[in-house]
Structure formats: structure tokens, C-alpha cells
Design a protein around this ligand. Structure first.
Ligand code: AMP
Ligand code: GLY
Length: 446
């Protein structure tokens, strides 16, 4: 990693930031940006029911797909930096359009966002760059897929090619389940993703989320985080966007992180450059730490959520300026990122029916206020016409807490969660089981 120590700062002043998105990730970013000394205003488009509570953030009610309105609003508000949170607007080229309109944007253009929006494109890039990833076959119909299965004679992971909101991947336990998943994906169960399907060898090992902030040339790696993708305790149930996270995870060692920098992140950035892509945004590497070293399971082109919520409170107030420097292509001039000591824990509260069909419109009661070491980041919430805070999506909010050790961080987060209530509310009780002592695991309390 390149050190940014002792480099004279000469970036333009960062006063006004606009974040695009409506999730917990965007609220966590807004909260973190508000800590920067020079930042006067943070706008969020369209934000959610908790955005305004973040120390006076401004919500601008424009839908994410209305590019013209977003551009106009950012220009009229003299926004210095636009940060695009979710993958869908990145994949559809929002960053390109805003840059063309004269704005400074953190987030890759549509071509770079293919790291996430096309698994085939990402696998091909990894193959040519020599980045360690599972062997794969790209197929375009059932017959081709079955021919691959016949040849390899073992279960393979089945991945829909395009964005599928976290639902396009099946990790099978038998040849039968592989065949079943192939059938489903080509029948169109995962939206528009049925034209190309990736079959991939099954890898084993702990998973970890790594975030590299890139300015097109250079990178800074944030502390590693761990997500909990499955809906239920014990890593059971369907995959979700993520039910909780913690950072920094000790699952990956400093030596392995260096290996990730050298064998995965640097070669990936170089391969992007070779393809003429000036990648200014996050490379999120979803890794599996296999017995042969770290392998890429998937790339994403944005911060992970909820990992971002766990991470932001650990980062010093320089993070806003560092992200601005990335967007300007001038990471070398950014201040050095300071890190809090200790640990951060994030527990997500979802509503019944999530992830398939979450209920909506229930009133929320939040008795606990934020403290120095505990944040409440909203996601699927909104303010109704009568001014009430109601649920509006599957992952409703998160409680995030920091302490010197994980046991205490999770205990603060779970205590905070007990003071939140809405119909249908549920959350995993075992988030961070990897780093908590058994005796402190939270018992069922609802
Ligand atoms: P993805 O959407 O590619 O992150 O996949 C979702 C989840 O499926 C990952 O978090 C892994 O738990 C699992 N997965 C994906 N690819 C593989 C693989 N090749 N081997 C084992 N598990 C995988
Ligand atoms: N937490 C996983 C993701 O954001 O894709």
C-alpha cells in the first residue's frame, strides 16, 4: 500500500457533498462525512426516514433514475462531490452522466461497474489478470451447461450473469441441485440474467469483505469486514443483502491482506486501466480464504451494506477528503486516514417477509438515542404524510456500536436493539459469533 504520510495537502476545499441512495450504507456515509471539518452540507438523494436526523443532513426527493433532475439539483446546490452508493445507478451509467455534466463523482462509470454488473466480464478480467478466482465456464443454454456438468462430474456453483439483487447465486450440495439451479436460471427466475450463466467450482473457507478506495491509479485499503449473508442464526436460511457485520475482522491476517493487495487489488486495477477504464470508486472484493490463499468470490463496484455501516465509525474524519481525492484522481494528495482503535459491530433489523416479500407501512418506535459509541442507521424507513416514521423496505435499520472488544461492541448493539420496535421486526442474535465468546451470545428476547 502506498503511504500518504507527510504529503502536502492541496486539494480544493470540500464543502458540499451529495450522496445518491436510500439505504443504511448511504446514511452511514452521510454520518461519516458530517465529521469532516470543512464539510458544510451533506445532501442525500433520495435518503430515507432517518436521513434528516443525521446532524441536519438534507434530503432531496428525487428518484435515483431521474438523471436530469439529479444533475440539475447537484449543479444548483454547488455540490463539490457526488458519492453514488448502490450498484444499479452505477451500472446504468449515472457516474458517467454526472461527470459529463461537470460534477466530481466517486463511483465508477458503467464500463467499470461491469465488475459487478457482469459476472462474465469480471471473471474474464480476473482470468487475464491472473487474479485468483474459482475455475469457471460461461454457458448460454441448458444443453451447454449440462455438457459441462457431464464433463466435470461434480456440483458447480450456478451464477446468473447480471445484477440479481443478491439472489442470482446457488451453491449446490449435489449434481441434482446444480441441474435444478441451471433449469431455474434459464427459465428466467433471476430477471434478465438468463442469457449467460456462469458455472463455477465450489470454494471453501471463511469469507471476508475488502474495500479498496481507488483514484484510477492508486488504492487505499480499509479495515477488513465480515458480513452475515444468511437470513437466520447459524448461517441458515436464504441469502440476503446482509444481516449484520463487524470490523476489523481478525479472520484475515496482515500477511494475507498484503497478498490481497499484491495478487488481487493491484492486478485488477491494472487490468481496468489496460481496458481504458479510469476507475474512481470502491473495488469491493468478496473473498474466500481458501487453503491455497485468498480467492475472489465476486467483485462489487460499491461499498458493501451492512459492512459500510460497521466500518464508517472506525474511520477518522479524513475519510470524506480521501473519497474526494479519489474522485479527483488525486489520492496521493489526500490526508492520511486515521483509524479508531477497537471494534465495530452492526446488527440489522429486518421485517417479516424479507427477503422475498417484506411487509411495509408499520410504525416504528425508537426509544434509544444515539451515543458516542452507538449509532442507529436507517435503511427501509420513511416518513409518511402524517409525519410518522414507518417501515418501507426489508432491512429496516441497523444498530451499530463500538467498543474496545467485540463482546462489548455487540452487547451495546444488542442492548440498543431491545429499545426498537415495529411489527414484524426480527434480527439475528448471533452476529459476530466468529469473534464473540459463547457466554456472551445474545439470547432470544422477543
Ligand atoms: P456472490 O453473489 O457471487 O457473492 O455469491 C453469494 C454467496 O454465494 C457468496 O457470499 C458465497 O457464500 C457463495 N459463493 C459464491 N461463489 C462461490 C463459490 N465459487 N464457492 C463457494 N461459495 C460461493
Ligand atoms: N453485504 C453484501 C453486499 O453489499 O453485497
Amino acid at each position: 500500500m502506498k503511504s500518504t504520510n507527510n504529503i502536502k495537502k492541496s486539494l480544493p476545499a470540500l464543502k458540499k457533498i451529495c450522496i445518491i441512495g436510500n439505504g443504511g450504507r448511504e446514511n452511514a456515509l452521510a454520518w461519516a462525512f458530517k465529521k469532516a471539518k470543512t464539510v458544510e452540507e451533506v445532501f442525500v438523494i433520495p435518503g430515507n426516514g432517518g436521513t434528516k436526523e443525521i446532524n441536519g443532513c438534507e434530503v432531496i426527493d428525487i428518484i435515483e433514475t431521474n438523471v436530469e433532475k439529479i444533475l440539475k439539483s447537484c449543479l444548483s446546490n454547488a455540490i463539490d462531490l457526488v458519492v453514488i452508493g448502490p450498484e444499479a445507478p452505477l451500472a446504468s451509467g449515472l457516474a458517467d452522466k454526472l461527470r459529463k455534466g461537470g460534477l466530481t463523482v466517486f463511483g465508477p462509470g458503467a464500463t467499470g461497474a461491469q465488475l459487478e454488473s457482469s459476472k462474465e466480464w469480471a471473471k474474464e478480467l480476473m482470468r487475464t489478470a491472473g487474479v485468483p478466482t474459482a475455475n469457471y465456464w460461461s454457458v448460454t443454454n441448458i444443453q451447454e451447461a449440462l455438457a459441462v456438468l457431464k464433463k466435470v462430474k461434480k456440483p458447480l456453483v450456478v451464477k446468473a450473469n447480471g445484477l440479481a439483487a443478491g439472489k442470482g447465486v446457488t451453491v449446490p450440495d449435489s449434481l441434482e441441485t446444480t441441474k435444478d439451479a441451471i433449469q431455474k436460471v434459464f427459465e428466467g427466475h433471476f430477471g434478465n440474467s438468463r442469457d449467460t450463466v456462469i458455472l463455477e467450482e465450489i470454494l471453501e473457507g471463511p469469507e471476508v469483505s475488502i474495500f479498496a478506495l481507488c483514484d484510477g491509479e492508486e488504492i487505499i485499503i480499509l479495515p477488513p469486514a465480515q458480513d452475515h449473508k444468511r437470513l437466520k442464526d447459524g448461517d441458515k436460511g436464504p441469502n440476503t443483502g446482509g444481516m449484520g457485520a463487524y470490523a476489523p475482522t481478525p479472520v484475515i491476517t496482515a500477511n494475507q491482506l498484503k497478498e490481497v493487495n499484491d495478487t488481487i487489488l493491484r492486478p485488477t486495477l491494472k487490468a481496468l486501466k489496460t481496458r481504458g477504464i479510469n476507475y474512481r470508486g470502491v473495488i469491493y472484493a468478496g473473498l474466500m480464504l481458501t487453503s491455497s490463499g485468498p480467492y475472489v468470490i465476486e467483485f462489487n463496484c460499491r461499498f458493501g451494506d451492512p459492512e459500510c455501516q460497521a466500518l464508517m465509525p472506525l474511520l477518522g474524519p479524513e475519510i470524506a477528503e480521501i473519497i474526494y481525492a479519489c474522485a479527483l484522481g488525486r489520492l496521493g494528495e489526500a490526508p492520511k486516514l486515521s483509524l479508531q482503535t477497537g471494534c465495530s459491530a452492526c446488527v440489522v433489523a429486518a421485517t417479516s417477509g424479507y427477503p422475498e416479500n417484506p411487509r411495509k407501512g408499520d410504525h416504528l418506535r425508537i426509544k434509544r438515542k444515539e451515543t458516542e459509541v452507538m449509532q442507529i442507521f436507517h435503511a427501509g424507513t420513511k416518513i409518511d404524510l402524517q409525519g410518522n416514521l414507518i417501515t418501507s423496505g426489508g432491512r429496516v435499520l441497523s444498530v451499530v456500536a463500538q467498543a474496545e472488544d467485540f463482546d462489548n461492541a455487540f452487547s451495546i448493539a444488542y442492548e440498543g436493539m431491545k429499545e426498537i420496535d415495529f411489527k414484524g421486526m426480527f434480527y439475528r442474535k448471533d452476529i459476530g459469533y466468529q469473534v464473540r465468546k459463547q457466554s456472551t451470545q445474545i439470547k432470544e428476547n422477543k
